[in-house]
Ligand binder design. Structure first.
Ligand code: FMN
Length: 367
């Protein structure tokens, strides 16, 4: 069991979807970070379900800070926050105690916890737990922004429909990040956004779901950050991002496509710009040898189609040991990708803050 992540700055997650509350503990935070409630609430809004393309389970999701903050600033001692679960309908999950939902964690949780797991609403494996991750990550993300380190994510692909990439020819990455950070449905191209929404709604109407790919960029990251061999920027980001439910892959820079290039095409040629080393391309995604090179950090995250669909599915009855047919009830997202973008941003902030703290010390994030 491992619900603590990070080294110099750690985050601990706790709670179940239908328990009294979920929450997070941050330890190793600098003292003196201002708690900007408006900022945290805006980031929580980006994870919140919206309209026909999301689950009808709506929660107020207001984080309550129980410790580690005094007079509106972090004290430097463990910060514990909780989010109460209010809109709970456990009766939807009565059959799940017996019928494992395909591609969910019901069966694997039973293997591991031997029937003692809280299966209601996916228990500790629910996407709901990510609300606490977003609240905790937002505290750190704001502190990074105040240092000039800006994180942003958009849906680069959903249901086969593609958005343009960050910083595409003629576009500026800084303004792209500002734009997506204001959007509830973070897509740069409005036409692509409309088509993606329509495809999600069409899947929902059929009782089905769709997946997608998120692209994340970070500007302002200092060069020389990363802890080879095992806590490199790529390994820590991959570790943190893979903890997010429904994530199935991550690629950095040009990603798997780099393997189809020749070295002469793949290499990022270097030059001086105002005394600073920059590269003409960014196929390395801002990282070489696991250490930041001063270019924007760039990666993409694959999000699978929502496992809970309203079509009949073959499964197993874990109580009787027989094959069974499952017809789900309940409230589910026909796509997770738009809500997961805020979670990816939060995890990115926690990972980078941890690595920056390892390099420069706890006080680096102090306001
Ligand atoms: C923000 C967010 C919301 C989610 N909502 C749902 C949902 O409504 N229905 C569902 O089947 N899965 C949802 N998931 C994903 C499941 O929690 C996840 O697929 C499941 O726990 C199995 O984990 P795995 O896909 O990583 O194997 C959500 C994930 C996130 C990040």
């Amino acid at each position: 069991m491992k619900n603590v992540f990070g080294n110099a700055l750690t985050v601990t997650l706790f709670g179940e979807s239908h328990g009294p509350a979920i929450g997070a503990v941050l330890d190793g935070l600098a003292p003196g970070i201002k708690i900007d409630e408006e900022y945290i609430s805006a980031k929580m809004d980006q994870r919140r379900p919206v309209g026909k393309i999301s689950t009808p389970r709506h929660e107020a999701d207001i984080p309550e800070i129980l410790s580690g903050v005094f007079g509106g600033y972090t004290t430097g001692t463990p910060l514990c926050l909780i989010i109460k679960n209010e809109n709970v309908k456990s009766s939807d999950y009565d059959s799940v105690s017996r019928l494992a939902r395909p591609s969910h964690a019901d069966l694997t949780a039973k293997y591991k916890y031997g029937g003692f797991e809280d299966y209601r609403g996916g228990g500790h494996f629910s996407g709901r737990i990510t609300a606490a991750l977003v609240a905790a990550g937002s505290i750190v993300r704001k502190a990074l922004e105040d240092k000039g380190i800006v994180i942003g994510t958009h849906i680069i692909e959903c249901a086969g429909i593609k958005d343009r990439g960050f910083g595409a020819p003629g576009a500026d990455l800084v303004s792209d990040l500002a734009e997506v950070n204001e959007k509830a449905f973070p897509v740069l191209d409005e036409q692509a956004a409309a088509e993606m929404r329509a495809s999600i709604e069409a899947a929902a109407a059929e009782g089905d779901s769709v997946g997608g790919i998120l692209e994340t960029a970070v500007t302002g990251m200092p060069c020389g950050v990363g802890e080879p061999w095992f806590d490199t920027v790529e390994s820590m980001l991959a570790h943190g991002i893979f903890a997010i439910p429904a994530v199935k892959g991550i690629e950095f820079g040009a990603g798997f496509d780099i393997c189809r290039m020749k070295g002469s095409q793949a290499n990022d040629a270097m030059k001086y710009d105002d005394g600073k080393v920059v590269t003409e391309t960014n196929h390395s995604g801002g990282i070489n040898g696991g250490i930041t090179n001063g270019m924007p950090v760039l990666f993409r995250t694959a999000i699978k189609p929502t496992a809970s669909i309203f079509k009949e599915q073959h499964t197993v009855d874990m109580a009787s040991g027989e094959d069974a047919v499952l017809q789900l009830k309940g409230r589910h997202d026909p796509a997770i990708v738009h809500r997961a973008s805020a979670v990816v941003d939060a995890v990115t902030a926690l990972v980078l803050a941890d690595l920056l703290t390892a390099r420069y010390g706890t006080d680096y994030l102090r306001g």
